[in-house]
Design a binder for this molecule. Structure first.
Ligand code: ADP
Ligand code: MG
Ligand code: MG
Length: 906
């Protein structure tokens, strides 16, 4: 036997592991150990480490069993001692659950088996001991069902088919004329077990194993196996969880929520996972087991009285009906409820985060089965962090780090317009499972959702209920609507985790997968029809409902303030016009990192002047056209400077190749000829002459300004005059003129001469002067490498990581679609380098550029203005490379600010 420990036991307020050992024991195992250590009642059990999972993929089943058998046998004996039951015994059989548990929580992604250890003789013993044969047979049928599904591979044959076991149950219910599985008698359940086993034998050609040890090893190995199942792989991909981590396996004595009316099972959250409200909440079912609550088999009931009343109101259920049919746990089992409430408070205070709990009440006695940090929406994330800060549970730094930058995106998404909502036709009402506003076309299957999504259409995934198989479809959907399931159903939990709008449990909907229709209130909705979901109220509307920009509350403001306090890097925005600048300024942007002047040339009559300039025969003709553009540009710049109130504004001189400004179709060219009086032949000839084989590497950037200096002259004059005009009005201006696409310091020198000359002319004309800076983009690899020479001329650097990525990798951003998906699949690339900065290549050039630049100008201001400026992991890299700021699109400013704070705090 090796000296490495593979098995860690827990039980009776003792544990060999603890809550910090998540890498080795997985999240579930580590917290089961920790709950024991803090004195919370947890059924005894043990955890097989994540390292064994890796060994499984090397050694296979036989090798692993041999390796861990002695430790597992000893751990089972420990459970036997604590429970007074015996594994495989015929009078007091010990039953266990076998549960997976990875380092990061992957709810419902891998498989769990309950009631393991049962066979035809153990079930009789269990019936006799408990005096409750129905309970014994119910446990047995569940075991056969789960084991058959997970270990023996009894799955539905096609997507339209029901689960083979559920089909047998439905048949049975029909035969007996009952609605709920709780109405089936012990004899019915005994018959079910028989039919289940026969079905297993027929479909899988295997006998159902009767030896508990064989069952145990089969279950343990299939948990390891499930780490590599398709949905687990997809979940890891969506959540950036490495495959190497592996899963642990938890084996634990069963406690039974299905023992009768004094037993129950449920899930709870210490705060509201959808809104963040500080309110204990959750769902439970009497006489039920395991995942019954989440699977939406029966309508789950609320744990607290308050929650129950709110639920009834939302569902239109009267107080009498609620009390009679759906009472809260607080009302039904007050003693157990009180203990649960104390434990939830204890656990939240202990872990200092919102907890997601699982519990079971066996004959009045409460047992805790799981605690973990609960998944939550972006809004809940911010509210919970800020509340916990003001409640003194966590400090400012922790509060900032609790908020995931990328998740802020959800808060910035549009919401339904109130007026439009009033006029919308409500066709159903479900539970407000995950807030947001979603509009899309109905699809019924996850794979159809993916297909429709790739066609560029918006979809709402409509399911009776969702399962982990639907993950990919949920991911691409605008929103998710289910007919069954509560606030803790799979759909609800996963949607909240994804920050996706979800309405669950809209019971009026009659969904038919075969005809692909929803019937509700006399209406039939077909696949492809538009519907809208309000995840905050649970309302479902027919058609498309108009949306408007989100409203941000005080908690968001407080978080942004804290982010500003802890970040050392500044965040600017890429904005080309006053409206965008205003949005960015509102989100706290401390400057404009990139204003692309060419965007100003497209509107209205401007494009005509621009085209005249391009079509001109000589410099004189160009100047004539540029004179028309000058006042327009000046006005645009004034607007921008006014909005930014003295914060720096970096304006890039004209960058794109001129052919982007001229018309390419015959019709447009004819129109242009009419408008300008220039002959169509001449226009055509000029357009042809502008054609380039590789325009992105052609006549663009500073190459334009150096071949047509009059363009730079006009833009400089517009900038300097605008700045002087605005300053005259008492608004300070910090102007930074940026020269694009420099690869050779002489290019920059040439441009700087032009800029300084024009500026001095304007100063002389007005007998006044202002400060301005001249800097450059670093976006050609040669510029990064020769940054020391460039810094002799430049007063600031801005890394243009879009072009820099393009030129460093030799990937055309516009043509990447043909190979990128394959490269990512093959693992050649981890992510799209245009989204996530390529640290080892582009990142190294960036570091070198900063270093060489600052070797000449120690105070050189360096920033980044590519798309990467709003992507959290790239922001982190920019911080480590010593940049002064990142610049990103206005709506990503909050994300970048928070990411910058994270980078500084980590
Ligand atoms: P998941 O990771 O999908 O939540 P779990 O391993 O937590 O899966 O188990 C699924 C369900 O089975 C949960 O509702 C859990 O509470 C229940 N369960 C697991 N182990 C036991 C046990 N020993 N006794 C009673 N119920 C259990
Ligand atoms: Mg599970
Ligand atoms: Mg669980």
């Amino acid at each position: 036997m090796s000296s490495v420990k593979h098995v860690y036991t827990f039980g009776n307020k003792k544990a060999e592991g603890n809550g910090k050992m998540k890498e080795l024991l997985g999240g579930k195992g580590a917290n089961l150990a920790e709950m024991n250590l803090v004195g919370i009642p947890v059924p005894p059990g043990f955890t097989i480490t994540t390292e064994v999972c890796a060994e499984y993929y090397e050694k296979g089943r036989e090798g692993v069993v041999e390796m861990i058998r002695p430790e597992v046998e000893k751990a089972i004996r420990d459970i036997e001692e604590q429970t007074g039951m015996k594994f495989g015994d015929n009078s007091a059989p010990l039953l266990v659950s076998v549960r997976s548990g990875a380092r990061a929580s992957m709810p419902g992604m891998m498989d769990t088996i309950l009631n393991l250890g049962l066979n035809d003789s153990a079930v009789e013993a269990m019936a006799k001991r408990s005096g409750n044969p129905r309970f014994a047979w119910d446990s047995y049928r569940r075991f056969v069902q789960m084991y058959g599904d997970v270990v023996l591979g009894m799955k539905p044959v096609s997507k339209e088919d029901e689960d083979p076991f559920e089909e047998i149950i439905d048949h049975m219910k029909h035969e007996k004329g009952v609605k709920n599985d709780t109405e089936l008698s012990a004899d019915d359940l005994r018959e079910l077990v028989k039919r289940f086993k026969a079905a297993v034998k027929e479909q899988t050609k295997q006998d159902f194993p009767t030896d508990p040890w064989e069952q145990l090893w089969g279950a343990v190995m299939s948990v390891f196996q499930s780490w590599m199942n398709e949905r687990a792989i997809l979940y890891r991909k969506l959540n950036n969880i490495p495959a190497e981590w592996g899963t642990a396996v938890n084996v634990q004595a069963m406690v039974f929520g299905n023992m009768g009316d004094k037993s129950a099972t449920g899930v709870a959250f210490t705060r509201d996972a959808a809104t963040g409200e500080d309110l204990f909440n959750g769902e439970y079912l009497v006489n039920a087991q395991g995942e019954d609550v989440v699977a939406g088999i029966r309508t789950p009931q609320q744990i607290t009285l308050e929650g129950s009343r709110r639920w009834a109101e939302a569902q239109g259920v009267s107080e009498e009906e609620r009390k009679a049919k759906y009472p809260s746990l607080e009302e039904v089992m007050p003693a157990a409820y009180k203990e649960l409430d104390e434990i939830q408070q204890h656990l939240e205070e202990y872990f200092k985060d919102m907890q997601d709990l699982e519990f079971t009440i066996q004959d009045g006695k409460l047992w805790m089965l799981q605690t973990r940090s609960g998944k939550r929406t972006g809004a809940a994330m911010v509210k919970i962090a800020m509340d916990m800060l003001s409640q003194g549970l966590i400090d400012e730094q922790t509060a900032v780090l609790r908020c995931e930058p990328a998740k802020l995106d959800e808060l910035l998404h549009p919401i339904f317009d109130k007026a439009a909502m009033k006029n919308a036709e409500v066709i159903a009402k479900g539970l407000p499972a995950s807030p947001g506003a979603a509009t899309g076309q109905v699809v019924f299957f996850a794979e159809d959702a993916e297909k429709v999504y790739t066609e560029g259409r918006k979809v709402i995934l409509v399911r009776i209920e969702t399962s982990p198989e639907d993950l990919a479809g949920m991911h691409v959907a605008e929103g998710i609507l289910t007919a069954r399931g509560g606030m803790t159903s799979h759909a609800a939990v996963v949607a909240r985790g994804m920050g996706k709008c979800c309405v669950s449990g809209a019971g009026e909907l009659v969904i038919d997968y075969k005809t692909k229709t929803i019937k509700v209130g006399g209406k039939t909705i077909k696949e492809g029809d538009w519907i809208s979901l309000n995840g905050s109220t649970g309302e479902v509307y027919l058609g498309q409902v108009a949306t408007k920009a989100a409203e941000l509350d005080g908690d968001f403001g407080k978080l942004m303030e804290l982010a500003g306090k802890y970040a050392t890097m500044k965040v600017r925005a890429n904005a080309d016009n006053p409206a965008d600048a205003k949005t960015a300024f509102g989100f706290g942007a401390e400057g404009i990192g990139l204003c692309r002047t060419e965007h100003m040339f497209f509107e209205g009559s401007r494009i005509l002047a621009m085209r005249e300039m391009i079509l001109a025969d000589d410099e004189a003709g160009r100047r004539l056209a540029l004179d028309k553009l000058l006042p327009i540009q000046r006005e645009d710049f004034e607007g921008l400077f006014e909005v930014m109130q003295g914060y720096p504004v970096t304006v890039r001189l004209l960058d794109p190749p001129l052919h982007e400004f001229v018309p390419h179709t015959e019709k447009e060219q004819m129109e242009l000829a009419k408008e300008t009086g220039i002959s169509i032949e001449k226009i055509r000839a000029r357009v042809d002459s502008l054609h380039e084989v590789n325009p992105m590497l052609g006549h663009r950037g500073c190459r334009l300004g150096n071949t047509y200096p009059e363009i730079t002259e006009m833009q400089t004059r517009a900038l300097i005059e605008a700045a002087m005009n605005v300053e005259k009005r008492g608004i300070p201006v910090k102007l930074e003129i940026m020269v694009p696409l420099v690869g050779n310091h002489k290019e920059l020198r040439y441009q700087k001469n032009i800029i300084d000359t024009v500026a001095n002319q304007v100063f002389a004309e007005r007998n006044d002067r202002i400060k301005y800076m001249v800097g450059t983009m670093i976006e050609v690899p040669r510029a990064a490498i020769t940054a020391n020479q460039i810094a002799e001329v430049a007063e600031f650097f801005s890394f243009g990581t879009n072009d820099l990525t393009q030129m460093t990798l030799g990937f055309s951003r516009d043509d990447i679609g043909k190979f990128l998906p394959v490269y990512i699949k093959q693992g050649i690339l981890k992510a799209d380098p245009f989204q996530v900065l390529d640290r080892n290549g582009v990142g190294q050039l960036l570091r070198e550029g900063v270093m060489k630049g600052r070797s000449v100008l120690p105070e050189l201001k360096c920033g980044i203005c590519g798309e990467h400026g709003g992507e959290p992991s790239s922001v982190e890299f920019c911080h480590s490379a010593g940049l002064n700021y990142v610049s990103c699109s206005p709506f990503r400013v909050p994300i970048a600010r928070l990411a910058a704070a994270h980078a500084a705090l980590k």
